[in-house]
Design a protein around this ligand. Structure first.
Ligand SMILES: NCc1[nH]cc(CCC(=O)O)c1CC(=O)O
Length: 314
């Protein structure tokens, strides 16, 4: 197999959102390709592309609706050839890609769990009665209220810095962020306590970077194969099959985590009513290759248990 590799004269154009986290993820992808093929930095060009999700800051994202809130503009440029690959937070990606594109390269997953953030670094269990938590995630809100109906959850968006400032201003007592984001940005001094899977199961695909390409681009596919992390791909295929069967997105109160433990695959899943009044969950293990099948099975059983009317967020 002969690979066609990028050169400084014909660089690989990497499409990404322009947020600090998105750029860090594009740089990680770039660094892995440089290492795999001993390429210079000049063989890559990072193209930052603004998406609708980036432009709308003042309204809750879920009110916007629509698929590909954080990816459509990037996917359009991939389809018209302006960029060669696109790097994404898989958590923000819908379960199906537009015709002609595939999402099948995964980098090794970062920590998939949530971080609980307060100014004094206390744990979730130490949050006083009636405290105010800032989060715009329906999942986090529902999970939190399910365990702690005494808490008040308010809308919270913006960068890590904005959120910390809001805590300092007393707008809220605590917030959540993905640990993966904090780690990738190198925010080591942000006080945080990792939330366990038992306390709050993370969102499907949290902490996993994926790379999208044109389906017909076999040279690109061959090149990306060198940086694909198969265990992450297997876990993500399972989680995304779970989400697909539930017809969910990153903006629905659904949680799911697949982990490879000692040669088998463990899948934990949860669906909630958005006010947190009810939560249904399951925990199964099986062969790694049966991941997607296990996920569909779990989702089907959860839907049966939930019955009509459970999905008030639909
Ligand atoms: N929806 C926002 C989003 N999408 C991906 C991440 C974090 C990085 C990741 O999960 O890979 C975040 C921020 C957050 O949840 O704190």
């Amino acid at each position: 197999m002969t690979l066609t590799l990028p050169t400084p004269a014909q660089p690989l154009k990497i499409g990404t959102r322009g947020s600090p986290l998105a750029l860090a993820q594009a740089h990680e992808t770039c660094a892995r390709l440089m290492k795999a093929f001993d390429l210079p930095l000049e063989a890559f060009q990072i193209v930052s592309i603004s998406t609708r999700g980036d432009r709308v800051q003042d309204r809750a994202l879920r009110e916007l609706g629509g698929k590909g809130l954080f990816s459509k503009e990037i996917e359009d440029r991939l389809l018209n050839g302006e960029v060669d690959i696109a790097v994404h937070s898989t958590k923000d990606m819908s379960v199906e890609q537009p015709e002609g594109l595939v999402l099948d390269t995964y980098l090794p997953r970062e920590n998939p769990f949530d971080a609980f953030i307060t100014l004094d670094g206390r744990a979730l269990a130490d949050l006083p009665q009636g405290a105010v938590v800032g989060s715009s995630s329906l999942r986090r809100k529902a999970q939190l209220l399910n365990k702690r109906p005494d808490l008040q959850v308010i809308e919270f968006r913006g960068s890590v810095q904005t959120r910390l400032q809001k805590l300092k201003d007393g707008v809220a007592d605590a917030t959540f962020l993905a640990l993966a984001g904090l780690n990738r940005l190198g925010f080591d001094d942000v006080p945080r306590v990792a939330v366990t899977a038992e306390e709050m199961l993370p969102a499907v695909a949290q902490g996993a970077i994926s790379i999208e390409r044109r389906a017909a681009d076999h040279h690109i596919a061959d090149m990306l194969a060198a940086i694909h992390h198969a265990p992450t791909g297997q876990a993500l295929a399972c989680e995304r099959a779970f989400l697909a069967k539930l017809d969910g997105s990153c903006q629905t109160p659904i949680a799911g985590l697949a982990q490879i433990v000692g040669g088998s695959l463990r899948l934990r899943g949860e669906i909630l009513r958005s006010d947190g009044s009810e939560s249904l969950s399951d925990d199964v293990s099986g062969a790694i290759s049966d991941g997607p099948e296990m996920a569909v099975d779990m989702a089907t059983k959860l839907l049966e248990r939930a019955g009509e009317g459970f999905f008030d967020w639909k």
